[in-house]
Design a protein around this ligand. Structure first.
Ligand SMILES: Nc1ncnc2c1ncn2[C@@H]1O[C@H](COP(=O)(O)OP(=O)(O)O)[C@@H](O)[C@H]1O
Ligand SMILES: Nc1ccn([C@@H]2O[C@H](COP(=O)(O)OP(=O)(O)O)[C@@H](O)[C@H]2O)c(=O)n1
Length: 228
C-alpha cells in the first residue's frame, strides 16, 4: 500500500485529534498535533514574560522564536505522543485554560506561522503522516491525498471539552469554555495569514451526532478508498 499524507482541519474541540491519533496508530503512520505546537509557543511566551496581560511583545518573540524547540515523544503509559518544549514535557500545561485563551492571538503572527509550518513540512516530507490543525490542507500540505474538514455545533464542542477537563480532575466552567471555543473560532477564521477554512478538495464531516466509534469508522473508510 502506498503511503499518503492526511490533513485533518476544523473548528476547535470537535474531535480532530481523537480521530487522527486513532487512524495513525492503526495504520502505523506518524501523528502530529499541530495545535500543540502553537500551544507550546504560547506557553513559552507566558512563562518568559512575552505577554503583558493580553499584549504580546512581538519583537521579543520574533527574536526568540529560533530558540523555541518543540518535539513529540511517545508516552509509553498512554501510547500517545507528549509535547516537549525545549526538552521539557509540557503536555498537561499546554492544555490549560490560560494557554487556550492566549493561543489564537499568538497564532495570528506571521513569523510564528512561518516557523511552525516549516517544521511541520519537514516532519511530513516522507508521507505516512496524519496531521491535524487549522491550515494543514490549505497551507502545510496542499497536496495531501486525503483532506478532512471537521465541524460540530459550538455547544457540543464545548461540552466535549468540558467533560474532558472534568475527567482529568481539572477545574472547568462550561460557559468559559464555550466562550473560548467561539472566540478562537472567530480569530482563527478571520486572521490574515492562513485563516481556518475548508480546502476546496476536503471532505466535510459534521460529527455533531456521531460517536467516536462512528467517526472513526467513517475516517477509515475514506482512508481505505484513497490509499489503495
Ligand atoms: N464524536 C465524538 N463524540 C463525543 N466526544 C468526542 C467525539 N470526538 C471527540 N470527542 C471528545 O471530545 C474531546 C475533544 O476532542 P479532540 O479530539 O481533542 O478535539 P480537537 O482535536 O478537534 O480539539 C475529547 O475529550 C474527545 O474524547
Ligand atoms: N494548524 C494550526 C493548529 C492550531 N492553530 C491555533 O492553535 C489553537 C489551538 O489548536 P488546538 O488544535 O490545540 O485546539 P483545540 O481544538 O484542540 O482546542 C487554535 O485555536 C489555533 O489558533 C493554528 O493556528 N494552526
Amino acid at each position: 500500500m502506498k503511503k499518503i499524507t492526511i490533513a485533518i482541519d476544523g473548528f476547535s474541540s470537535c474531535g480532530k485529534s481523537t480521530m487522527a491519533k486513532d487512524l495513525a496508530r492503526e495504520v502505523g503512520y506518524i501523528y502530529i498535533d499541530s495545535g500543540a505546537m502553537y500551544r507550546a509557543v504560547t506557553l513559552y511566551s507566558i512563562e518568559n514574560g512575552i505577554f503583558d496581560r493580553d499584549v504580546i511583545d512581538t519583537e521579543r518573540l520574533k527574536k526568540e522564536i529560533k530558540d523555541i524547540h518543540i518535539s513529540f515523544r511517545l508516552n509509553k503509559e498512554t501510547g500517545r505522543p507528549d509535547t516537549y518544549l525545549n526538552g521539557v514535557n509540557v503536555e498537561n500545561k499546554i492544555r490549560s485554560m490560560e494557554v487556550s485563551s492566549k493561543v489564537s492571538p499568538i497564532s495570528t503572527l506571521d513569523f510564528v506561522r512561518e516557523a511552525m509550518v516549516a517544521q511541520q513540512q519537514t516532519m511530513g516530507n516522507e508521507k505516512g503522516i496524519v496531521m491535524d490543525g487549522r491550515d494543514i490542507g490549505t497551507t502545510v500540505f496542499p497536496d495531501a491525498e486525503l483532506k478532512i474538514f471537521v465541524t460540530a455545533t459550538p455547544e457540543i464542542r464545548a461540552q466535549r471539552r468540558y467533560d474532558e477537563l472534568k475527567a482529568k480532575g481539572q477545574e472547568a466552567s462550561f460557559d468559559e469554555i464555550l466562550e473560548n471555543v467561539k472566540q478562537r473560532d472567530y480569530i482563527d477564521q478571520n486572521r490574515e495569514v492562513s485563516p481556518l477554512r475548508k480546502a476546496e478538495d476536503a471532505l466535510l464531516l459534521d460529527n455533531t451526532d456521531l460517536s467516536i466509534e462512528e467517526q472513526k469508522k467513517w475516517l477509515f473508510e475514506q482512508f481505505n478508498k484513497v490509499s489503495k
